[in-house]
Write a protein that binds this ligand. Structure first.
Ligand SMILES: Nc1ncnc2c1ncn2[C@@H]1O[C@H](COP(=O)(O)OP(=O)(O)OP(=O)(O)O)[C@@H](O)[C@H]1O
Ligand SMILES: [Mg+2]
Length: 345
């Protein structure tokens, strides 16, 4: 029952009590047929009920109309976009529901803003941490060199080359952040062309041949692909993406007898590309986070490898810019597989 109906009902009951006393008095004083008295009683009460109810609703509306109009307007605008809300008669119940909807909506938005705020704090913290480490290293080496180390042949070249490595690391971080921010600000303009992805992968295998051989790791296809596999994508960005996945598979794959395998699966309009390794794998609870900026599962190993934790974030952005999907599955002790789709051509 609506709130206004309930209130009108209560007021009508009170009026009814007085009316009953009045009519009883009239009945006892003048001789009027009882049926007439009862008829007057119910007709009057029904009439009073509807008038009171209307009056209450109008009164409440006047009081809350400004707030209601704002909320109702916002919700209506929203529902126009989603097309799922019907235009409803404005009653106290509707106001109640709309205010509740509105409250829930804003609660969601507040939660989302809080999440973004935490993310922003974490992100800034991560950037400063990542920049601080190489900067302090450089400062330490330079100070030692200036304090006389420059004439000590046993350390001068070593410290200079270590400083250079730290500078390279700083440049890598800045370049990767630059790539991410240009992708996020929509500056990533794809130059999609038709190319044979097998050729691109062979080029990358060639680039990483020495690094892989150093680790006794094999770079192979899952089978002998004889026919070309044409895709429609941005070749330069696909190069970046595959370099990251393949270099990750070499870096974080098996320490001995590593195998990095690439396979393809036909999916009607798309082709599914899989990059697998037989490394130690990634813990289940870490899997959803590895595409986050600066996230590294094994921080020490990753940093030793020169990793910044930005590579997979770039990979994800590239795939999303192509309107495709990427996912990862991993079994600890067995290996990891990254799978992504590309448009066939
Ligand atoms: N094939 C893999 N096997 C196990 N762990 C992996 C694999 N690929 C990525 N990871 C984990 O995910 C983390 C994030 O990878 P990502 O490529 O984003 O960063 P990175 O390799 O550390 O640095 P960058 O790619 O910027 O040089 C890595 O640090 C590593 O811990
Ligand atoms: Mg990487």
């Amino acid at each position: 029952m609506r709130e206004s109906t309930r209130l009108a009902f209560r007021i009508t009951l009170i009026i009814g009590a007085f009316l009953f006393i009045g009519l009883t008095f009239i009945y006892l004083s003048i001789s009027i047929p009882i049926a007439f008295i009862v008829g007057v009683f119910f007709v009057f009460l029904s009439f009073a009920f509807w008038v009171i109810r209307l009056y209450i609703e109008n009164y409440i509306y006047q009081k809350i109309s400004v707030i209601y109009k704002t909320i109702h307007f916002q919700l209506r605008n929203k529902s126009k976009n989603s097309g799922d809300r019907k235009e409803s008669f404005p009653s106290i119940e509707n106001v109640h529901h709309e205010v509740m909807d509105w409250g829930e909506d804003y609660q969601d938005q507040i939660q989302e803003l809080k999440r973004l705020e935490n993310y922003r704090k974490e992100y800034i913290g991560n950037i400063s941490h990542e920049l601080k480490t190489p900067l302090f290293n450089i400062q330490g080496y330079i100070s030692t060199l200036l304090e006389g180390g420059i004439s000590d042949d046993s350390i001068n070249l070593k410290y200079l080359s270590s400083s250079e490595k730290s500078v390279e690391r700083l440049i890598k971080i800045v370049e990767e952040l630059d790539t991410i921010s240009s992708i996020e600000s929509g500056k990533l303009i794809l130059d999609k062309t038709r190319f044979n992805i097998l050729d691109l992968i062979k080029e990358i295998f060639y680039l990483y041949e020495i690094k892989a051989a150093d680790r006794k790791c094999q770079l192979i296809f899952t089978k002998n692909y004889v026919n070309p596999i044409f895709v429609f994508a941005d070749r330069k960005h696909m190069h970046t993406l595959l370099v990251n996945l393949i270099s990750n598979a070499i870096k974080y794959g098996a320490f001995i007898d590593g195998k990095v395998k690439i396979g393809f699966f036909d999916m009607n309009e798309n082709v599914l590309v899989e990059v697998s390794d037989n490394g130690p794998g990634i813990q289940k609870e870490e899997l959803p986070r590895i595409f986050e900026r600066f996230y590294r599962t094994d921080k020490a190993r990753s940093r030793d490898e020169g990793g910044t934790g930005l590579g997979l974030s770039i990979v994800k952005h590239i795939i999303e810019a192509h309107n495709q999907v990427i996912n990862v599955r991993s079994t600890v002790g067995l290996g990891t597989t990254f799978a992504f789709t590309l448009e066939k051509d």
